[in-house]
Design a protein around this ligand. Sequence first.
Ligand code: FAD
Length: 631
Amino acid sequence: MSEIKRHTYDVVVIGAGGAGLRAAIEAREQGKKTAIISKSLFGKAHTVMAEGGAAAALGNVNPGDNWQVHFRDTMRGGKFLNNPRMAELHAREAPERILELEYWGALFDRTADGRISQRNFGGHEYARLAHVGDRTGLEMIRTLQQRVVQLQQADAAELGDPEAMLKVFAETTVTDLIKDGERLSGALGYIRETGELVLFETPAVVLATGGIGKSFKVTSNSWEYTGDGHALALRCGASLVNMEFVQFHPTGMVWPPSVKGILVTESVRGDGGVLRNAENERFMFRYVPDVFRSQYAETEAEADGWYSDPENHRRPPELLPRDEVARAINTEVKEGRGSPHGGVFLDIASRLPADQIMRKLPSMHHQFKELADVDITAEPMEVGPTCHYVMGGVEVDAATGAALVPGLFAAGEVAGGMHGSNRLGGNSLSDLLVFGRRAGLGAAEYVTELDGERPPVDPEQAERAAEQVLAPLEREDGENPYALHSELQQTMNTLVGIIRRGPEIEQALDALHKLGDRVARVGAEGGSVYNPGWHLALDLRSMLLVAEAIARAALEREESRGGHTRDDFPGMSPEWRRINLIESLTKDGRVRLRRQRVDALRPDLLELFDREELAKYFTDDELPAVPAAAV
Ligand code: FAD
């Protein structure tokens, strides 16, 4: 048997972003011996890159805000395909989680009277995002890490070892989950620096591995977002929901080529920035869809008035949900009204004084100055859509984060359902806190219920997984992982990107199938000590599987909704709104897809919408169930 280091834990959390840290804190607070495993350095996760803020109906800036309004905005943003129970729990619990973060030491920006300040973002009726300038994620991670250290210090004082109950395994990648019959029993991975294999014997795993952006060529995501958690879940028998919904953020950098895709925060528009085309037209007024028409301004004067007097003005169309803005920019560029480098202009310079821009958007100023030699206090930015977030993910129980496999839990971006077909900005950071806590609690309760009986790790399964991990190192003449990755990204970007067509998706599936044969022969030169080629060779397995899941679901869903736009099926279909697409793997490793009826909204939640609005989304036979109060 290969040399494998062994560790035993009650709960293993894979991922050290906001969801993973919050889950681990909870599991540890419930008395469980917990490991946090992170592919990247501790402290380097997507969460740290989050800029704009965390959405929570604290009502600090506008007292009209409450969980019901937040729930309503989230459902509208997701085009009513959200898991309603998740959207409800999120809206109800987000304020408590933000206040808890403050209690643990987070220093949010303040209102004039000293409360947590909140900023405007697309799709949110009220200023709702708790923030720290445009570096909110950094403060969130700093605070959660500080809480981890606090718990470790308490363990050091009580047990003589800071890592007795909570230990971080940084730069360690999990490649396989191991099962005993139907139940989870362990996780296998490797240490990036040394190449050593490591086995975690554990009855409970929380997946908190974040997103999938690296399957696309133009993306705001960084190197580690290869969909590992999505693939691990599929490969161990769990299911994914609605993988066709991928969010293309409207504003990524388009120039220079080396930084194409890097995010330009929505806060620029939230704080007053406007989008213009090459003809200097503020074009978003032409793109307000019928379902949102009553909520958005029709003239520039009305839109501009909203920033200072939101009670008496409707919102600017630049603050429509992200899918709408991304499609509008795509159309402007395609119809020849784009900027010199294939984007459109985002102008904050003519809208706010330079000192305010520097104070509100310091990271954006730095990013453009350093990377593109553009001073955003004096000139407009050039921006265009970039693959940013995946709404689809592991199918979980709303209350506990439990996946279909006993012992497997998921939270954060890797989990599906909460955001429906399109996530509102700011709703991810709060999602991480709400559902990270719930998944940590769910895992801890699951372990308690086992009452000391732990599913054993089958040594043969572990050995087979280890052999697969080492296989690319033994194929000296294997396929080049970098070339395969580039082909995979190009395929997804051009054939399953922001605008999709049936025949092109079929072409993509064919290309992915051929790539699959080549990925099976992928090789890596050199040894196992810090070998990025080998790491990528292993990541390709996940990226390929995730790409196929996205393409299969995109082909199946014959409508356009949120982050899924079918040129050949341009409208939203009320029939399709009632359907989730669930994907799992067959025994021989093929992606299987089935349709599932969407949960109905409870009558008290239906009452939050007016009947006229629901009629735009619901089938005729659903409408009679809408309570009279909503009429
Ligand atoms: P992440 O923070 O992505 O962490 C994933 C963790 O899993 C990492 O530690 C990674 O190393 C680890 N991992 C992955 N695979 C493995 C493996 N195989 N083995 C071991 N470890 C693994 N959302 C908002 O709500 N507001 C914002 O203002 C905002 N701004 C954003 C700005 C940018 C530039 C980006 C990219 C995203 C932004 N988002 C924002 C989205 C949000 O940041 C992410 O959705 C969120 O942080 C995801 O958190 P997570 O905990 O699920 O995963």
